[in-house]
Design a protein. Structure first.
Length: 313
């Protein structure tokens, strides 16, 4: 279904009678509802999947269909198949797994309580390595080509850089206050960091491991996503109920869209045309057209959606 038709035919995630189902573009995890939902650009698509209590974040594997949900309060990770919509594994992890990212053969999670990065074999659930990073690590990103991980050390006001092969921290870059979410340029040269308490966005040169720039973006920036062409950066602003999109090179604003209350996670669809924003206090997801910079739909979800992942299409 074309985006123009979707925008005209759907309001608050409710479609016209008899409308053809769309292929899901996003998966959203709801903390209070303890569910993973599947969404197209215009509404929920099919059944959601129940998971264990208090899920926090969600990540998708390189295949675009394997999902990893963390449960920091339970010390657990849930694996799901986005195509069959089934839970495929559950395994316990020491500490409080929060951020997650995966390669073809390994899963990595940040441990919020113990300030560490944990490597896990997703086939067995066995922990195969642990390394200390900064205090209260939250967001996690991998640069597979360079064999690196980046962890946002929320209470350390820094980003830790880890050599994945050696499982050794090779650097730590100071940023703004309370960094939480990360976005990486397609060439891996620049890392964008949302600093919640200082209300700004840091840009890190990943070769020199220095902060290139820091620019104000608004009150409580919480989520970050970079378009596949590397030209734009999308940032959620919790206290402003908004999504702001910046020129990635100039760090100048290109547009701003009103979303739901207390937006947290943001992700960009595989085709690069739209972004989805999880509105934690609104029990909804806003889908934004990145061409027109307008909201396409507001989709009601199970209670407390916090993070999203973009699915293969």
């Amino acid at each position: 279904m074309r985006l123009a038709l979707a925008a005209a035919a759907f309001v608050l995630g409710i479609g016209l009678s008899g409308a053809r189902a769309e292929e899901p573009a996003f998966a959203a995890v709801s903390q209070a509802g303890a569910e993973v939902s599947f969404l197209s650009r215009s509404g929920l698509e099919g059944a959601s999947v129940k998971v264990d209590d208090a899920p926090a974040s969600i990540a998708v594997g390189p295949d675009g269909r394997t999902l990893y949900v963390t449960h920091p309060d339970r010390g657990r990770v849930t694996m799901l198949d986005a195509v069959t919509r089934t839970v495929t594994a559950r395994f316990n992890v020491a500490g409080s797994p929060f951020g997650a990212a995966a390669t073809d053969s390994e899963l990595y999670v940040t441990d919020w309580t113990n300030g560490s990065l944990i490597r896990i074999d997703p086939l067995t659930g066995v922990t195969t390595g642990t390394i200390s990073v900064g205090k209260s690590p939250a967001g996690l990103l991998l640069d597979v080509k360079r064999g690196r991980a980046y962890a946002a050390d929320r209470e350390g006001d820094a980003v830790s850089v880890v050599d994945l092969k050696a499982m050794r921290r090779v650097g730590q870059v100071k940023v703004g206050r309370a960094p939480f979410a990360l976005g990486l340029s397609p060439d891996g040269a620049r890392l964008f960091v949302a600093n919640v308490q200082s209300g700004d966005l840091s840009v890190i040169d990943t070769f020199k491991l220095t902060e290139l720039a820091r620019t104000p973006v608004g009150r409580m920036p919480y989520g970050v996503a970079v378009t596949d062409d590397g030209e734009r950066v999308a940032v959620t602003l919790q206290e402003e109920a908004a999504l702001v999109v910046l020129d990635a090179a100039k760090l100048t604003p290109l547009g701003r869209v009103k979303v739901g209350k207390y937006p947290e996670g943001v992700t960009i669809a595989a085709d690069g045309r739209s972004a989805a924003v999880a509105n934690w206090f609104d029990d909804s997801v806003t889908v934004v057209d990145l061409g027109s910079m307008k909201a396409l739909s507001l989709i009601k979800t199970p209670a407390g959606p916090r993070y999203l992942a973009a699915l293969a299409q």
